[in-house]
Design a protein around this ligand. Structure first.
Ligand code: GUN
Ligand code: FE
Length: 425
């Protein structure tokens, strides 16, 4: 016997002996019965993937957005990041960011830490302990920095990168990987970029950095690397563009550079909150997709003030609509396309699509259970016949839904939210 409560779509089926009363029978025993439960308004979606987030910058997210990139780095970012030498401070901030992003539905995060190896290892440990899938990068930089003690020599950077990789891999965390992380070309000499390219190649590691975010940055790059024709060429020359590389921003990349991205298998992380908050530019995500470059979404905390990847979803739609306002020929990204960027797109961008990104057979179960009418959540669900339940899906509905609608979070089949430990501070 099988029936569904309320006659709606059956989303849970229980098998067993059921005992209940009916108007006709005081006690009815149903042996070996199947019970289909209609959980309308609840569904599973793949966990979301933040392809670019500075864990260390969570400490000042939502503040200090009154300057463009280069001044912002020197005035706020480098001084704050230099504090992560203090492991107690690092532990506090890294615990908060891992808990908060998990609560927001980020099942995989690609993190920048700071130059400090021990604090970066701690970030890996915290992600592992809370059950988040993570790529963690110890930041490398040896020049152009306002804070004297927040800088390495080439040798220190190389030695500490080796130590970071070795010690992180030795921990054998099942969900955490190291990623080679030159901060961006202006922070790194050619000697450092070259060595980092070699380390990544010899160890078959992921690589992350920034590219072509802001016009002043492009001018600085031209001055610092007069022999390179384009920004992309610099990374390419040092073997830093691979099918395991993810570059953030790319607002000002030319079509020719995008072609190099496609040819090398390099991915882009679209960080729309940051791109607007720091007045950097607007990425034409449609053009990136047309060039068949792998694309994911990033919060880029703290250039982006929100740690929510749902915010990145909304802002990706906004950015695309702004481009359409400027040019009506521009083909606006659809809701569905942006949903894909936050999930499958992110997994492709991080070369993890053999493992995560959707519910295909054989992949790990990284998932969110969404309740469209969660108690305390902001949704007043109104069913319109002409909208499918999919487009009413609140977390990606551009104006509705937030972490309160995400009632359970699973990573590699293990439930990580809700859980006492994830109560927000
Ligand atoms: N370019 C180099 N470092 C950074 C950073 O920390 N944030 C952003 N948005 N861009 C960068
Ligand atoms: Fe960034």
């Amino acid at each position: 016997m099988c029936w569904s409560q309320r006659g709606g779509p059956v989303t849970h089926v229980f098998r067993g002996t059921f005992i209940h009363s009916t108007p006709e029978t005081a006690l009815q025993v149903l042996e070996d019965a199947l019970l289909g439960v209609d959980t309308a308004g609840k569904f599973f979606m793949p966990g979301m993937i933040d392809t670019h987030i500075h864990a260390s910058q969570y400490s000042y997210a939502g503040t200090a957005l009154d300057m463009p990139l280069l001044q912002w780095l020197n005035t706020y970012t480098f001084p704050v990041e230099s504090h992560f030498k203090d492991l107690e401070f690092a532990k506090k901030v890294y615990t908060q960011v891992v808990k908060r992003t998990l609560r927001n539905g980020t099942t995989t995060a690609c993190y920048f830490a700071t130059i400090h190896t021990d604090a970066s290892l701690l970030l890996g440990q915290i992600a592992n302990d809370f059950g988040q899938r993570a790529l963690v990068g110890k930041v490398c930089m040896d020049r152009n920095n306002s804070v004297k003690h927040y800088r390495e020599t080439v040798q220190e950077s190389v030695d500490e990168t080796h130590r970071f990789i070795k010690e992180l891999l030795n921990k054998k965390y099942p969900l955490v990987k190291p990623v080679v992380t030159p901060r961006f070309a202006p922070s790194c000499t050619e000697a450092l970029l070259e060595q980092l390219g070699t380390i990544a190649k010899n160890n078959n590691l992921h690589i992350q950095s920034h590219i072509s975010e802001n016009i002043d940055e492009l001018k600085l790059v031209k001055e610092l690397f007069p022999d390179s024709e384009t920004y992309t060429d610099i990374y390419h020359k040092f073997n830093l563009l691979t099918d395991k590389t993810i570059m953030a921003h790319g607002c000002h990349l030319s079509d020719k550079e995008l072609t190099v991205f496609r040819e090398t298998g390099t991915s882009l992380s679209h960080c729309p909150n940051s791109n607007v908050s720091l007045c950097s530019g607007i990425l034409d995500a449609r053009n990136v997709l047309n060039h068949k470059v792998k694309l994911g979404l990033g919060t880029d905390v703290a250039g982006g003030y929100s740690s929510s990847i749902l915010d990145a979803v909304r802002r990706t739609l906004d950015a695309s609509k702004v481009l359409t306002i400027q040019n009506p020929q521009h083909q606006t990204l659809t809701f569905e396309e942006v949903f894909r960027l936050a999930t499958l797109g992110g997994s492709q961008a991080l070369s993890l699509d053999d493992q995560i990104g959707n519910f295909e057979i054989g992949k790990d179960f990284d998932a969110l259970r969404v309740n469209v009418a969660a108690r305390g959540g902001p949704i007043d669900l109104v069913q319109f016949d002409h909208l499918t339940s999919y487009s009413l899906f609140p977390p990606i509905c551009p104006l509705k839904g937030d972490d309160r609608n995400i009632v359970e979070v699973f990573v590699a089949g293990r439930k990580v939210v809700p859980c006492e430990d994830l109560a927000l501070e």
